[in-house]
Design a binder for this molecule. Structure first.
Ligand code: HEC
Length: 111
């Protein structure tokens, strides 16, 4: 009986640790996204306004208003849109994904 209780406690502790790790991972990804937004070449912040990133660019749409889904951001990043250049050759796949997730969440005021 005591064994089962200890096992349950252990499992609960592990689940808790897993949640903390997952939270840290998503926090890290969003930090990476914010960094890329401001430092990409050229930086999204030059052309776009996004409150969470402290960006006030005025050439492209205001992302806080557009609130694009991650897929829509990815399409713009891969193919470019109008004046906006494609970032396909400048950012690796992980960074493209991090940026798209970040813009989708941050534009909706989500962490
Ligand atoms: C040189 C200026 C410029 C830079 C740099 C730039 N954009 Fe844009 N972006 C634009 C313009 C202009 C549009 C609108 C294009 C159109 O609709 O013709 C746009 C459109 C978009 C859209 C909307 C696409 C759609 O489906 O309508 C998203 C999302 C976006 N940009 C994200 C980003 C991100 C993320 C970055 C950084 C990696 C970035 N942009 C860098 C100018 C820029």
């Amino acid at each position: 009986m005591r064994g089962a209780a200890a096992w349950l406690l252990g499992a609960a502790a592990l689940t808790g640790a897993g949640a903390v790790l997952a939270q840290n991972a998503s926090e890290l990804a969003s930090q990476r996204g914010r960094q890329l937004f401001n430092q990409g070449a050229p930086a999204c912040a030059l052309c776009h306004t996004l409150k969470d990133a402290g960006a006030t660019g005025e050439i492209g749409p205001v992302l806080d208003e557009l609130q694009p889904e991650a897929d829509r951001v990815l399409r713009a990043l891969r193919q470019g849109v109008g004046v906006m250049p494609s970032f396909a050759g400048r950012l690796n796949e992980a960074d493209l994904q991090a940026l798209a997730q970040y813009v989708a969440r941050a534009s909706r005021g989500q962490p």
